[in-house]
Write a protein that binds this ligand. Structure first.
Ligand code: ATP
Ligand code: FE2
Length: 322
């Protein structure tokens, strides 16, 4: 069976073709780069103009024709309305014209499922840290449950906002990682863990108000926020009695974050897993693969019921495939 997956929740639009035995034939995506904050409609316009060329390239690279496709999956949420609608419209028309079933996929769950496919992790706690999302997710009693999450903004967005104020290029995460290596002094910033949840806005405001070297600020931002994430992930491991941590989302490419998670898991006798970069960031292969898993367990949706869900909760989905 061959599946087309379309991702389009936020900055990234992409198309992938995967097979039912987990082979990724193509995983092609483009990211809309914004200069001044988030412009959902501009991102959606970008996606609308890129989707057809991306579809062609993904099918070409996979070496498949339309009639060989058995299923279309798309990112149904959570995300930005205009972006979600653009991806969903493309998926619906493809499903109708190819006369194949349609599946709507939860983007956060897809990060977890692609990690299980691409790494050795089987039943992990997922630390998912991207631009818009920061969540600790694990499977329990038939659902993927959120054990901890950000109460305000995603860590990536916070790093990007901080970077913008400091004149760094977008995305600022990798720039901050480089500058942090030159940092020597740990500046005190609010450590905001509330129960199992985290908060980042206050930390950013506090950092922007300090008159110290930007390298020290970057270093301190990373040390503080990554320690918070490591603490919450460790508590989720203890609570769920699992022994694997899976990383997902663009921010987890940060080597310092990986180092802190590695140390924590090693001390607990647990393991940690990071998929290749193209499967960490928002990518369409994760949508195609999760769509296949869902379809294989009996799920598909009629086009007229395929509305997007901007606030699609991770624990809304009944996990029929595990
Ligand atoms: P989502 O819709 O899932 O929230 P997104 O559009 O923000 O996704 P991702 O590709 O998952 O997309 O993540 C992008 C974020 O990752 C950006 O905020 C960027 O600054 C951050 N990032 C990328 N590399 C690094 C790094 N090395 N260190 C820290 N942050 C990073
Ligand atoms: Fe994502």
């Amino acid at each position: 069976m061959k599946v087309i997956g379309i991702e389009g929740t936020a900055h990234t639009i992409g198309v992938s073709v995967v097979s039912s035995d987990g082979e990724v034939f193509s995983n092609i995506f483009k990211t809309y780069k914004e200069k001044e904050g988030i412009h959902p409609r501009e991102a959606a316009n970008h996606h609308a103009s890129e989707i057809v060329p991306l579809l062609k390239r993904a099918m070409e690279e996979a070496g498949v024709k339309g009639e060989e496709i058995d299923l279309v999956a798309f990112s149904q949420g959570p995300g930005l309305g205009p972006c979600l609608r653009t991806a969903a419209t493309a998926a619906r028309s493809l499903s109708l014209s190819l006369e194949v079933p349609l599946v709507g996929v939860n983007h956060c769950i897809a990060h977890l499922e692609i990690g299980r496919l691409r790494t050795e992790a089987e039943n992990p706690v997922l630390l998912y840290v991207s631009g818009g999302n920061t969540q600790v997710i694990a499977f329990k009693k038939g659902r993927y449950r959120v054990f901890g999450e950000t109460l305000d903004i995603g860590l990536g967005n916070m790093l990007d906002k901080f970077g913008r104020e400091k004149g760094m290029s977008f995305p600022a995460g990798p720039v901050i990682e480089e500058k942090a290596k030159e940092g020597e002094e740990l500046v005190e910033l609010p450590y905001s863990v509330k129960g199992m949840d985290v908060e980042f806005s206050g930390i950013m405001t506090s950092a922007l108000n300090k008159e110290v070297l930007v390298e020290d600020l970057c270093y301190s931002l990373q040390e503080t926020t990554f320690a918070m994430l490591t603490e919450v992930t460790e508590r989720a491991l203890a609570h769920t009695r699992k022994d694997e941590v899976l990383l997902g989302g663009g921010v987890v490419q940060n080597k310092r974050l990986q180092e802190m998670i590695a140390k924590m898991t090693e001390e607990r006798g647990a393991s940690y897993h990071v998929p290749e970069a193209e499967f960490c960031v928002d990518n369409p292969a994760m949508i195609a693969w999760t769509g296949y898993l869902m379809y294989d367990s009996g799920i598909s949706i009629p086009v007229e019921e395929s509305n997007i869900k901007q606030k699609f909760r991770t624990d809304e989905v009944e996990v029929t495939w595990r």
